[in-house]
Design a protein around this ligand. Structure first.
Ligand SMILES: Nc1ncnc2c1ncn2[C@@H]1O[C@H](COP(=O)(O)OP(=O)(O)O)[C@@H](O)[C@H]1O
Ligand SMILES: O=P(O)(O)O[C@H]1O[C@H](CO)[C@@H](O[C@H]2O[C@H](CO)[C@@H](O)[C@H](O)[C@H]2O)[C@H](O)[C@H]1O
Length: 442
């Protein structure tokens, strides 16, 4: 196979949607490992490149590429290459790379028995995303990870745990993965069961909220969503033989650490957002108090693995059921941070924030206010509390439950302000308004 022209890489990268370093001058791009996949009708290179910037930390990207007349071509534009990549995983093949090996993993679970034709149909998923997803034979969805991180990939780890160690099935099951072993080791792709005709919870909720009120069937569905999350939390804390998933008691020092971290984020976020929203300053003390209270509750409950970035866009509605997916955690945190055990109430706070986002979005579209956000949120919380009654991971008394939940809502709000400033400046007002509305802690 003709080698790829490395001098063309910086320009090539800058044209890719998934390349996050477009704004920064590139100092160099080097290939840290590569493998040639030459079976079936498509031969291409899987290259791991490291991008050094003039300033800032280097980043690694996965480039499935092949040479073309005008330089480099994305191999994922070629259906045959996508099939070859999927086959590598499905057949658990191993291919040597320059300094390690690439190997496919396919789980031997009942879902893994999925039957697919020799040449399954392949279609690209046309959604705005930072990775590349393709649907294989309408049965599996292959996500090729573009920006790589070293260490244990939380999406793969969580999916594998749920599929092989628990009976929780309200998620598109993990079917397989592609890994690179060696010095540049990383998970390169994951395969899940594809859920046909699914609507994500964000679209589903907006559709309801755009009507003046919410139907009682919708409230029942929100309650059911709360129950599913409770069941997920029970499953994630169910195995004390896997150290990465064994629940641990919440200690005073955990509460102090979480509280201090929220206070730090409050300082950093207000310093930045306060330039455009000076009225946030008058809330500083009140918000600080929410974070402070977290350090002073009597420790109870457990820290466990959690979803970590839960919002309405991370659940799917299909065939009258809720499925929770995308266990990769908050994209701005490192893998190590994302794999830390935390109070499951952090996920609950994420979802509570999402109801507020849906309400704010409908109002920004010009919709009239209506009784929908509070009933939906309360139905969700009621379902969650029902499914987790007596669960050892939750605080034992109600007052602590609410103090912790409020503090995690504040944490999520601050994250959202920073996320929106970077990604959707027009939307910063949604979390900013919510910060301004936050009441004195009781
Ligand atoms: N198993 C699945 N079945 C059906 N659709 C899915 C499935 N997984 C993801 N999707 C769709 O693909 C979109 C992107 O998937 P996601 O895993 O969130 O990718 P990314 O991590 O790159 O954002 C989701 O918003 C959802 O609409
Ligand atoms: O889906 P991702 O894992 O990429 O999560 C990031 O992007 C989300 C936006 O798509 C962002 O979520 C925020 O906006 C949602 C509406 O678009 C809202 O439902 C969420 O509550 C709100 O946090 C998420 O925070 C970010 O990590």
């Amino acid at each position: 196979m003709t080698p790829v022209d490395l001098t063309k890489l910086p320009d090539y990268l800058k044209q890719q949607r998934w390349f996050s370093g477009k704004a920064w001058p590139i100092k160099s791009v080097s290939v840290v490992d590569h493998a040639t996949l030459d079976f079936g009708p498509c031969a291409f290179s899987l290259a791991i490149v490291e991008v050094q910037y003039e300033l800032g930390h280097p980043e690694r990207y996965l480039l499935p590429v092949k040479p073309s007349a005008d330089g480099i071509q994305d191999a994922l534009d070629d259906v045959e290459c996508l099939r070859a990549l999927f086959q590598l995983i499905r057949e658990k093949r191993e291919v040597s790379s320059a300094s390690g090996k690439v190997h496919g993993e396919w789980l031997s679970t009942s879902d893994g028995m999925v039957s697919l034709p020799e040449q399954p149909a392949v279609r690209r998923l046309m959604v705005e995303q930072s990775n590349t997803s393709v649907v294989i034979g309408e049965k599996a969805i292959l996500k090729i990870i573009r920006k790589l991180e070293s260490g244990v990939n939380p999406e793969h780890e969580m999916g594998r745990f749920l599929a092989t160690r628990t009976s929780f099935r309200a998620t598109p099951t993990l079917l397989g993965a592609l890994h690179l072993e060696g010095a540049a080791g990383a998970t390169l792709a994951v395969v899940h069961r594809f859920v046909p005709n699914a609507v994500d919870g964000w679209k589903y909720t907006l559709e309801q909220f755009r009507k003046s009120g919410v139907e009682s069937t919708f409230l029942d569905e929100m309650k059911e969503l709360g129950r599913r999350l409770g069941e997920l939390h029970r499953a994630l804390s169910s195995d004390s033989t896997e150290p990465a998933f064994t629940p641990e008691p919440v200690l005073q020092e955990d509460l102090q650490r979480w509280s201090a971290s929220i206070m730090g984020e409050l300082g950093v976020t207000l310093a930045e957002a306060g330039k455009h929203h000076p009225d946030l300053e008058r809330q500083r003390e009140r918000l600080m108090e929410h974070a402070r209270r977290l350090a002073h509750v009597t420790p109870s409950g457990q820290k466990t693995r959690i979803h970590g970035d839960l919002h309405l866009g991370q659940v799917l509605r299909a065939e009258g059921q809720w499925l929770i997916f995308d266990f990769e955690g908050e994209p701005s945190r490192t893998f190590t941070q994302r794999r830390e055990k935390y109070s499951p109430l952090r996920d609950v706070a994420g979802m509570v924030r999402s109801f507020d986002y849906a309400e704010a979005t409908v109002l920004l579209e010009g919709g009239a206010p209506g009784p929908r956000m509070v009933p939906s949120r309360d139905a969700f919380l009621a379902g969650y509390r029902e499914a987790t009654r007596g669960a050892p991971f939750l605080p034992t008394d109600d007052a602590t439950f609410w103090t912790m939940l409020r503090a995690f809502e504040l944490e999520k709000l601050l994250y959202e302000v920073r996320y929106e400033m970077q990604n959707r400046p027009d939307w910063v007002r949604i979390p900013v308004q919510a910060l301004l509305r936050m009441e004195e802690p009781k």
